[in-house]
Ligand binder design. Structure first.
Ligand code: ATP
Ligand code: MG
Length: 141
């Protein structure tokens, strides 16, 4: 079974959408392996999004991701990486398909409610950035 890494971003936590988003996750057949709410520091957000460090929006992105608590989640399912990206929808909520999480809950291209790993390699890096091996291995199998 494949794993991916998800974040319920600060804008969604702020608007009381944790429950609604977790409900979708469970309805789509994902197992929640590990979960924790954390207010990231700016440095932690910069480390997480280091692949974007040269992008023009890096400063805004890391300020936003450290602006309030976020929910960090390790998820497991068949085809987990691609399936979570599919049900999240496009980065920009305005371009996301109807029924996707970003279409329904996102505000704009930055405050787009959730994060999802874009490859198995990044899923492993991102999961390991926030969770220890023992937390992942004691979860559902
Ligand atoms: P994520 O990695 O958060 O799942 P994504 O893979 O769909 O999103 P990326 O290109 O990796 O999109 O961008 C990472 C995040 O940076 C986006 O989710 C969004 O919050 C922010 N972002 C992306 N493009 C822009 C932009 N043009 N202006 C402002 N913020 C942006
Ligand atoms: Mg991305």
């Amino acid at each position: 079974m494949e794993k991916t890494f998800a974040i319920i971003k600060p804008d969604a936590v702020e608007r009381n959408l944790i429950g609604a988003i977790l409900k979708r996750i469970e309805e789509e057949g994902f197992k929640i392996i590990a979960l924790r709410m954390t207010h990231l520091s700016r440095r932690q957000a910069e480390g997480f999004y280091y692949v974007h460090k040269e992008r023009p929006f890096f400063g805004e992105l890391t300020a936003y991701m450290s602006s309030g608590p976020a929910v960090l989640i390790s998820l497991q399912r068949e085809n987990a990486v691609a399936h979570w990206r599919k049900i999240m929808g496009a980065t920009n909520p305005e371009e996301a398909e109807a029924g996707t999480i970003r279409k329904d809950f996102g505000v704009n291209i930055e405050k787009n409610a959730t994060h999802g790993s874009d490859s198995q390699e990044n899923a492993d890096f991102e999961t390991g950035y926030f969770f220890s091996k023992i937390q992942i291995h004691s979860g559902a199998s």
